[in-house]
Design a protein around this ligand. Structure first.
Ligand code: NAP
Ligand code: GLV
Length: 314
């Protein structure tokens, strides 16, 4: 068995080099080839560890038995319509990555909650202007998607005393977190949430979910935090909601096109703070064992852990 490490992003060294070092060093060793230079005979490849795989690559591996995502999301795999039939797609569920993601989301909620931009502006103007802020318990935060990352984020926000709700496809029971689910629960969830934290997977059902209609449901002066995928947000609708004073703040880590084009209006919008899709970058040091375990499971003829459902797209 041989594992191919591949991305359409081109030369991913030294990141891929670190993965190779760690996977080769797992008990029993794993033979790793880096795409494209080391592809060699495609019949040797039985597992592919991928981030945004090059079009056609996976379809051209005749003995593939595992498609393993390098991240928690799998939209970068399912966007290809020629995936080899019957080959399981597994995602990472790495506690280190979950913790990084919830840390990003909690930081962004606190940024909004404590009006951090006001004090940046005041400092720039040498202005001493103390203002009292509302208690966290009066701030209604809505977490869209309460899976691995969303549930952790909701719990941590609750520990800080925020008034937290979650929205998911199926009902959830997280202590202290108000639960909403499905299309029927969507409007009430948006209406009660002053701050929305989007942690949904990108699927045909969630594409463009933060559009003009959804944003119009939110309380005036609300904020959007999107650490999931750029495709969840309708860019023009978000800008209109910020310009129209419906929303006060947006914190964005992910974009429809990445890197964000230099002329995109998000770069200079006064109410937008952005980061370059680094809310949670997979750390090979913490994630390699999980990949190795899936590789071994497939080698033994067992199903890999964390298989995703191709019909649902997550
Ligand atoms: P997950 O465990 O699969 O959880 C997904 C959640 O979304 C679940 O609660 C699911 O509901 C809900 N959901 C899915 N489709 C829905 C729909 N149509 N309506 C309502 N709820 C729906 O995912 P995760 O591991 O938390 O990751 C979430 C996303 O974060 C990833 O897909 C990825 O895009 C993003 N991410 C971003 C970064 C970054 O650096 N910015 C890093 C890692 C991950 P059920 O529980 O009912 O199924
Ligand atoms: C990053 O975006 C991931 O899906 O892990």
């Amino acid at each position: 068995m041989t594992l191919l490490l591949a991305s359409s992003w081109g030369d991913m060294d030294p990141y891929f080099g670190k993965w190779r070092e760690l996977l080769s060093g797992q008990p029993g060793g794993i033979e790793v080839r880096l795409y494209p230079d080391e592809l060699g005979d495609v019949r040797d490849i039985t597992a592919a560890l991928v981030w945004d795989p090059p079009p056609g690559l996976l379809a051209g591996l005749p003995r593939l038995r595992l498609i393993q995502s390098l991240g928690m999301g799998v939209d970068h795999i399912f966007k290809h319509d020629d995936l080899p039939a019957g080959v399981p797609v597994a995602r990472l569920v790495d506690p280190d990555l979950v913790a990084r993601m919830s840390e990003y989301c909690v930081h962004s909620v606190l940024h909004y909650h404590r009006d951090a931009d006001r004090y940046d502006r005041d400092q720039a103007a040498n202005r001493w202007n103390p203002v009292s802020h509302p208690a966290a318990s009066t701030r209604r935060v809505g977490v869209m998607g309460v899976g691995a990352i969303g549930a952790d984020t909701a719990r941590k926000l609750k520990l800080l005393d925020f008034d937290v709700a979650g929205w998911s496809r199926t009902p959830k029971d997280i202590p202290g977190v108000a639960g909403f689910h499905g299309a029927d629960g969507f409007d009430a969830f948006m209406q009660r949430s002053e701050i929305i934290v989007c942690l949904l997977p990108l699927t045909p059902e969630t594409e463009g979910i933060l559009d003009a209609r959804a944003l119009a449901l939110m309380p005036v002066g609300g904020g959007i935090i999107n650490a999931a995928r750029g495709g969840h947000v309708v860019d023009a609708d978000l800008i209109a909601a910020l310009d129209g004073r419906k929303l006060k703040f947006a914190k964005l880590d992910v974009f429809r096109e990445e890197p964000l084009p230099k002329d995109h209006p998000f770069w200079t919008h006064p109410k937008i703070r952005l980061t370059p899709h680094n809310a949670g970058i997979t750390n090979p040091v913490t994630a390699a064992a999980e990949v190795a375990e899936n590789y071994r499971r497939v080698e033994r003829g067992e199903p890999p852990n964390n298989i995703v459902d191709p019909a649902r797209g997550y």
